[in-house]
Design a binder for this molecule. Structure first.
Ligand SMILES: Cc1cc2nc3c(=O)[nH]c(=O)nc-3n(C[C@H](O)[C@H](O)[C@H](O)COP(=O)(O)OP(=O)(O)OC[C@H]3O[C@@H](n4cnc5c(N)ncnc54)[C@H](O)[C@@H]3O)c2cc1C
Ligand SMILES: *[C@@H]1O[C@H](CO)[C@@H](O)[C@H](O)[C@H]1NC(C)=O
Ligand SMILES: *[C@@H]1O[C@H](CO)[C@@H](O)[C@H](O)[C@H]1NC(C)=O
Ligand SMILES: *[C@@H]1O[C@H](CO)[C@@H](O)[C@H](O)[C@H]1NC(C)=O
Ligand SMILES: *[C@@H]1O[C@H](CO)[C@@H](O)[C@H](O)[C@H]1NC(C)=O
Ligand SMILES: *[C@@H]1O[C@H](CO)[C@@H](O)[C@H](O)[C@H]1NC(C)=O
Ligand SMILES: *[C@@H]1O[C@H](CO)[C@@H](O)[C@H](O)[C@H]1NC(C)=O
Ligand SMILES: *[C@@H]1O[C@H](CO)[C@@H](O)[C@H](O)[C@H]1NC(C)=O
Ligand SMILES: *[C@@H]1O[C@H](CO)[C@@H](O)[C@H](O)[C@H]1NC(C)=O
Length: 580
């Protein structure tokens, strides 16, 4: 795994000048002069011991024009970027690189304001020849956060200058909430501590848990490896580089193990966080419990900047994995496959299966069944796939990590492109009744010409959660599938084409919303333009969340798109979002 060398900084370097792009920071009232801002940044850099950085777009070495000026191309550096353009570890190691590329693009700009390669072919010279590489939506400056005092310094700076803040961890966000043109960013990936305590006691509480404590910046795969080393299982997402201790658990956190072991918000037992009022707080069920509730699903950076968090573990588990795929003959045949999935998924959920169904493939795991039971349980799906000459395996694994290494790394969602879409939590009524199944199957069939929906059996179906302890929408608790419907879009769309793409995604999601008016959507993977987002993401928990937001962020220093207490799309912070 790519990691940064520790920054070694010495006092004599403190006064190195802050570079010219200081003026591209965005003070909210627009009245602070460039010179004042420059001085303020310099002094901030001293306070954070030189950890303030100017951003450079990932693909800049390929371009001969940067921000309107001619610059030398660096062919060697360009070729490294080209060959690693869709590599998640490579992207995670660069501040200015995000997994979903709209985060880097000022989409609302009538002229291209971005610095992208052609993701379909990063060597394609058409992307960078004679093209202006621009910062787009990337924050011009960032602090490599080393601890709570860096965050406190940034909050003071924001309060004094009016410069707006953003918070980035691994940059997985689908809604561009971890970037922001003109913002000063807090980058938390260097907070990489990990420890295990079989008798972890949340501060001020009496009960203990077997728990792993992680710095905000650890990646999911690193936590899996660490847990395995201490002979435990930790429940997490289906991708190596998701920010386990950042956006992932804050917004909900589903796993293919969630049907049995719950969501990440069900498993976190303590969070240490700098709240926007500047205090470094410990939140758990015994202190700051209102904040703890908000951090279990309230999401994004709305409630502060997380420094570390502690999560319950399970013993090592024996796992059955069913891995099925085939080549589709036709859209009708694919529709039949999805119908088979709809027909069986209520039973599968009750048996403890979790997994992903995407196009003509299924990967599910089960920690409750034996290998023989698992094979029998999947029988009709196995027959369907074999009848089409596909491959079907039901395999036993001695641990979560061995399954992850063999299957997830090969099957995880790719990164390094733009994507437009959204999600819906599909409630159990659609699976329990004949008419529900018929309705859902028919809707899926009609969506297939647009995109194959990804059906994630990652809801906490069998898990007994403490009522009202987390703030995710209660719709999670009754859902069998979390459905994602999305399409990949080219890197070089015009403003009009991008707008159209978002509208088209809206049109295809609408019937699923209409079919499930009482349900909701997953905050972390939601549509950028989720209608009625407060209800969709949090349901009846929203009023309480808003109260907590006002208590800990009285000056409204941290805001993000469709987050709790959102100021709305017209705030200059959102100048790069297309207003559709
Ligand atoms: C390829 C891919 C696969 C995914 N798979 C899954 C999956 O299996 N399960 C699942 O549940 N989700 C999955 N997701 C969604 C993922 O959980 C969210 O994108 C999540 O927000 C990522 O967190 P991050 O910290 O890595 O991302 P970032 O983009 O860095 O941050 C996301 C949000 O969290 C905030 N944030 C980040 N760090 C902090 C911090 N330290 N303190 C306060 N706020 C912070 C940011 O401001 C932003 O609002 C996937 C996403 C992608 C792109
Ligand atoms: C902040 O200070 C460090 C160390 O002196 C320096 O390397 C860095 O370039 C400075 N940051 C900016 C944005 O100028
Ligand atoms: C980038 O790609 C090259 C060639 O594919 C590879 O050798 C190198 O390790 C990669 N670098 C990083 C930092 O991932
Ligand atoms: C701009 O806003 C900042 C922060 O709120 C404040 O300190 C500063 O005085 C404001 N400037 C003017 C001229 O109003
Ligand atoms: C690891 O955990 C399993 C399950 O709890 C246990 O049976 C086994 O003895 C442990 N192994 C070691 C080396 O501690
Ligand atoms: C099924 O997936 C495996 C592994 O990804 C792949 O090698 C194989 O070609 C696929 N089979 C079909 C029929 O798609
Ligand atoms: C799904 O179930 C319905 C009855 O509930 C049945 O008519 C249909 O054939 C089944 N389809 C598949 C593909 O299993
Ligand atoms: C949970 O919250 C709801 C709505 O606020 C309330 O009606 C219900 O009684 C609560 N349940 C418990 C067990 O506290
Ligand atoms: C976008 O890029 C593709 C591939 O290089 C090219 O075929 C297409 O013409 C480009 N579109 C625009 C609008 O430039």
């Amino acid at each position: 795994m790519l990691r940064f060398p520790r920054l070694i900084c010495c006092a004599s370097f403190f006064l190195v000048a802050v570079t010219a792009s200081a003026t591209s920071l965005l003070p909210a009232n627009g009245t602070l002069g460039a010179h004042e801002l420059f001085k303020a940044l310099q002094s901030l850099n001293v306070t954070v011991q030189g950890r303030l950085r100017a951003s450079v777009p990932l693909a800049k070495p390929c371009f001969s024009i940067y921000d309107g000026e001619h610059v030398p191309v660096d062919p060697a550096a360009c070729s490294v970027v080209q060959s690693n353009y869709t590599n998640p570890d490579f992207r995670a190691s660069h501040f200015a690189a995000y997994m979903v590329l709209q985060s880097e693009v000022c989409e609302a700009s009538p002229q291209p304001d971005q610095c992208l390669l052609n993701n379909a072919d990063p060597s394609d010279p058409a992307a960078f020849t004679g093209t202006d590489c621009r910062l787009g939506n990337i924050p011009p400056h960032y602090i490599e956060v080393a601890g709570p005092s860096d965050v406190q310094a940034a909050l003071r700076f924001s309060k004094e200058t009016g410069v707006r803040l953003s918070v980035k961890n691994q940059g997985h966000d689908y809604k561009h909430r971890s970037s922001g043109k003109g913002t000063l960013a807090l980058w938390t990936t260097r907070l990489t501590s990990m420890s295990h305590n079989a008798q972890f006691k949340p501060e001020g509480c009496s009960s203990t848990y077997d728990a792993i404590t992680v710095g905000a910046g650890v990646q999911t795969q690193e936590v899996y490896e660490f847990a395995d080393k201490v002979n435990r299982t930790i429940v997490g997402g289906y991708h190596q580089s998701i920010g386990f201790g950042g956006g992932y658990f804050l917004g909900g956190g589903h796993s293919v193990l969630s049907p049995v072991y719950g969501l990440a918000v069900d498993r976190v037992v303590q969070v240490k966080i700098v709240t926007p009022d500047g205090a470094y707080r410990t939140a758990n069920e015994c202190q700051n419990s209102d904040l703890f509730f908000a951090l279990r699903g309230g999401g994004g950076s709305a409630f502060g900047v997380v420094i570390e968090s502690s999560h319950r573990t399970e013993p090592q588990i024996t796992l059955q994995a069913a891995v099925l795929n085939f080549t589709t003959q036709s859209t009708d045949d694919l529709a039949l496959w999805y119908t088979l999935m709809v027909n069986n998924s209520y039973r599968w959920a009750n048996e403890g299966w979790g997994g992903h169904i995407f196009g003509p493939s299924l990967t599910h795991v089960n920690p409750l069944l034996s290998n023989v039971e698992a094979e029998k349980s999947m029988g009709s799906a196995i027959d369907f796939v074999r009848a089409r000459g596909g491959s079907a395996v039901v395999e036993q694994f001695p641990s979560w990590l061995t399954f992850f290494n063999k299957y997830v790394l090969a099957a995880e969602a790719p990164v390094g492109f733009e994507i437009s879409g959204g999600t819906r939590l599909l409630p159990s009524t659609l699976f329990k009744t004949e008419s529900g199944r018929a309705q859902l199957s028919s809707l899926i069939s009609s969506a297939l010409p647009f995109a194959s929906p990804e059906m994630i059996a990652g809801t906490p179906w069998l898990f007994k959660s403490t009522p009202n302890a987390s703030s995710v929408t209660p719709a999670w608790r009754d859902a069998i599938w979390h459905m994602a419907l999305a399409i990949v879009i080219p890197y070089n769309l015009t403003l009009a084409e991008r707008t159209e793409t978002y509208q088209s995604a809206e049109e295809h999601l609408k019937p699923f919303r209409d079919l499930t008016p009482e349900s909701g959507a997953y905050f972390n993977e939601g549509d950028v333009y989720e209608p009625n987002h407060e209800q969709a993401y949090w349901g009846d928990n929203y009023p309480k969340l808003l109260e907590v937001k006002r208590k800990y962020d009285p000056d409204g220093l941290l805001d993000c798109w469709q987050c709790v207490g959102w100021r709305g799309p017209s705030d200059p912070l959102y100048q790069c979002y297309i207003k559709i």
